[in-house]
Design a protein around this ligand. Structure first.
Ligand code: 5GP
Length: 189
């Protein structure tokens, strides 16, 4: 997606060979027009796949996911990172190792919001090692739904997430696939 690539080159900052800062348009300040274009592109790529729900992970996935859901005319569901303080019926939880915090957290889904038979498009801001995506997939599948694909706004293809997901049989659609990064350098596939 050319518009997104140009924005990453203009306003993104490669802090190292592993971490890209995009907080001026994607995950701190958000550019709604760019997010609308991202939503339109995911909706175009997954048109005809019978998607019934878009699922994302709080908080940085919400902006692209809600725009995708709006465009597809389906609900959007946010997987929560907080731990439920009381035991509640119908809660699914799984442990995920956080790329940015370097620590595990609990990902939570209320069964009420993803149903058996749902066809789910998972959307997130970044795909790195795939831990967040695999955690989300565990919850979606435990809820009895099918994961139709994974839409990553940015995928660092030199990290193993995209390959692991594809090897496990999931369709991965990165809008901005990065081949290589170094401090101050960003190269797309
Ligand atoms: P993974 O679980 O695939 O290793 O990492 C994905 C999650 O980590 C994303 O939800 C995203 O929030 C965060 N993340 C991974 N790499 C980066 C990065 O380079 N920059 C930022 N800002 N977040 C990242």
């Amino acid at each position: 997606m050319e518009q997104l690539r140009q924005r990453i080159l203009a306003d993104g900052r490669a802090l190292s060979d592993r971490v890209l800062l995009v907080d001026s348009f994607l995950n701190h300040q958000v550019d709604p027009q760019l997010m609308r274009a991202v939503g339109e592109e995911f909706a175009r790529r997954f048109a005809g796949d019978g998607v019934t729900r878009v699922v994302t992970i709080e908080s940085s996935g919400i902006a692209p996911a809600v725009m995708t859901a709006l465009q597809m005319g389906v609900p959007m569901v946010i997987l929560k990172k907080s731990v439920s303080s009381i035991l509640q019926d119908g809660i699914l939880q799984t442990e995920v190792f956080s790329f940015t915090k370097n620590a595990p957290y609990q990902l939570t889904l209320k069964r009420q919001f993803v149903h058996p038979g749902d066809r789910v498009l998972l959307v997130d801001d970044f795909l790195a090692n795939g831990e967040a995506a695999f955690g989300a997939i565990r919850l979606i599948e435990q809820a009895g739904a099918e994961v139709i694909g994974v839409g990553a706004v940015i995928a660092k293809m030199f990290q193993p997430g995209a390959r692991r997901l594809r090897e496990a049989g999931y369709r991965v659609e990165p809008l901005a696939p990065i081949r290589r990064m170094a401090e101050g350098v960003i190269e797309f596939e």
